[in-house]
Design a protein around this ligand. Structure first.
Ligand SMILES: [Fe+2]
Ligand SMILES: [Fe+2]
Length: 299
């Protein structure tokens, strides 16, 4: 990976997430992760666009790994007594609304940047959650997530080397996902702080999300998408990049101007696992006997 674990680590001091005291916060958080992993399964879609056999093999393996991650979160949530619930709209927007329209967008936005954000959140949970069985599961999963991010970085570098003009579009779209992260931060600060959940840890949240966006910027620079610090770019220039990126997307697929609004209408909307997983028998019926070593925290 282009960023080390150390660079991506945020220092929460001695603050810990307690499985009993902070249960509502944990339930909210794990439900966002669960949704993210369900969207991860859909990586199979990109097999159709894989540039070579090696990439196709990677995607096929990744789809299986994401499937295991869904079970990982169901297992953690069962141990902690958390119920599966819908994800926040900002998370749905970041994970599904930002779905790439091309291979370049997929590897840059969903893999390098999107999974990069998720990886950073996993590190934060590993460093703070006071429940060893859950942390052990997450430690195993992050090794796979690190590989997904690395693949995204390498493939992005390849596509911009072949088509340097793509850098502007990928940067414009990346700015949108960074904005999404800020929106999510505002929600978590307001709502969860009001509920008094994980209050000690949440006061670090704005700094943590700033750090996440800083890492995203660093990644863009190391891949070669960004050639100078974002701070040196005016607000107007950034807005222009976003407009240009979306304009390019529209021009690149005039047909989608007609089909996308249609697909949003309920009777044209295809039901996918991201819409149905909460009522899926696999999720509803997830009542596995906890293996030895797994433990539900006691009050
Ligand atoms: Fe995953
Ligand atoms: Fe992943």
């Amino acid at each position: 990976m282009l960023l080390t674990r150390d660079e991506m680590t945020f220092d929460f001091g001695a603050e810990k997430l307690d499985p009993i005291r902070d249960k509502a916060l944990l339930e909210w958080m794990f439900n966002q992760f669960l949704y993210g992993e369900v969207t991860g399964i859909q990586v199979g879609h990109w097999l159709y666009d894989a540039p070579d056999l090696e990439a196709a093999k990677f995607l096929a393996r990744q789809a299986l790994e994401e499937m295991q991650h869904v079970d990982n979160f169901l297992r953690i949530m069962t141990m902690l007594g958390c119920a599966p619930r819908p994800a926040h709209p900002a998370v749905r927007f970041l994970a599904t609304g930002m779905m790439g329209g091309s291979w370049a967008e997929h590897v840059a936005l969903e893999m390098a940047q999107g999974e990069g954000f998720v990886l950073q959140a996993f590190y934060a949970v590993i460093d703070t959650l006071d429940h060893k069985p859950s942390v052990d599961i997450l430690r195993r999963a992050v090794r796979q997530e690190e590989r997904h991010v690395e693949f995204g970085e390498q493939q992005t570098a390849k596509v911009i080397e072949a088509k340097p003009w793509l850098r502007r579009r990928l940067l414009g779209l990346s700015l949108v996902s960074m904005w999404g992260v800020k929106r999510l931060a505002r929600y978590m600060e307001k709502r969860l702080t009001k509920e008094g959940q994980g209050a000690n840890l949440l006061r670090h949240l704005p700094a943590f999300l700033d750090h996440a966006n800083h890492c995203a910027e660093l990644r863009l620079r190391r891949i070669g998408v960004l050639d100078r610090p974002l701070g040196e770019m005016s607000g107007g220039k950034r807005a222009a990049l976003v407009v240009e990126a979306y304009g390019g997307k529209l021009l690149g697929g005039l047909a989608s101007i007609v089909t996308i609004p249609l697909r949003l209408l309920p009777w044209f909307k295809k039901k996918r696992v991201t819409d149905s997983y909460l009522t899926d028998p696999h999720v509803v019926g997830y009542q596995r006997v906890l293996p030895e070593g797994d433990a539900t925290p006691q009050e």
